[in-house]
Design a protein around this ligand. Sequence first.
Ligand SMILES: [Mg+2]
Length: 108
Amino acid sequence: MNFRELEEKLVEFRDARGWAKYHTPKNLAISAAVELGELLEHFQWESDGEILEAVKDPAKREAIADEIADVVIYLTLLAHELGIDLDEALKLKLRKNGEKYPAPERPP
Ligand SMILES: [Mg+2]
């Protein structure tokens, strides 16, 4: 599924529930940040090693995956409301990053 397909599914889901009126750009940006905070709660006070160990537990892994999905969902809806094509935006941004940070001939 690409972002265009995800966007269509999300808009259909929210429109079927009458939630569009709440999905202003500001509310969606705040919601993405709130969900990112929920993701960070899983990592607070944990070392990288502890986090990698924790995600071996299927329930913990699913809880973290849910929060990542929530962030992606709100950002996809935000892009929709702003008329931004995420597939195109990601391609363009990757190209810009490649130009800004060219890979060395030999990786370090
Ligand atoms: Mg959440």
